[in-house]
Write a protein that binds this ligand. Sequence first.
Ligand code: PMP
Length: 282
Amino acid sequence: DIVYLDSHFVPKEQAKISVFDRGFLFADAVYEVTAVIDGQLIDFNGHFQRLQRSCKELGLSLPITKELLVDVHHELIEKNNLHEGLIYLQITRGADSSRFFDFPSSSVPSTIVAFVQHSTVVNHPNAKKGISVISVEDIRWQRCDIKTVALLAACLAKHHAHQQGADDAILIKDGYITEGSSSNFFIVNRDNEIITRPLSQDILPGITRQAIIQLAQEEGLKITERRFTLDEAKKAKEAFISSATTLIWPVISIDNEDINQGAVGHLSQRLRDIYLDKALKK
Ligand code: PMP
């Protein structure tokens, strides 16, 4: 594979960064993951806007223009012959040969890395069969709205889920579900109302989440942004997660309790189909 590192495209074995890089030492870095289907970037504008926002919130100046970043993504698709999968992009506050916590001088250049991941997006088996999740306490910090690479809590949550034989974890804060370990979380109640937690510093403003809200409204479906408890989710008619990596995956059990008798929900399936349809037509 060919990787992008600081203005150069190099074979992945040659892509090396400093041990003093602040992304490595402090998780002082932001990232984005964009899906690629049929060689096309999905919702790139949304991902770029969120990247700008993450940088702004951390006082990290975005060292590359949108146009250049689009070119980098397209070149990675081409050079790696990526038909379907993901593009991972990370920007760190650079390396300054010290381990001072305070920001380095503005003359220290940021590090930009991007690479492709070949993976199945459209016909992923989990989209058809659904996934099982367990609930774990949300032990993350108070700025989950910024997409930083400080992902240890998410790694632990995913690890616990896999150890217990589940596919993923959903996170609980003060008795309410915030989101998935690397996704947003939705339920559908008996009145076919789609419900997801409102945006705040407690969750990541998912680009897929936003697209789902918009298309649900266009389809005349009832969609509400409000908090809901784990108990309400377990009693829901359907549940699903959303992210660039998964698009929409139905959730068919929570803490070993079946949702929709363990079958993929009708509305979850329909939303996924419409989302894919729209994304590919853009
Ligand atoms: N929440 C968290 C915690 C995530 O890590 C992700 C995926 N990066 C999402 C939500 C979904 O965001 P998106 O739809 O932009 O991929």
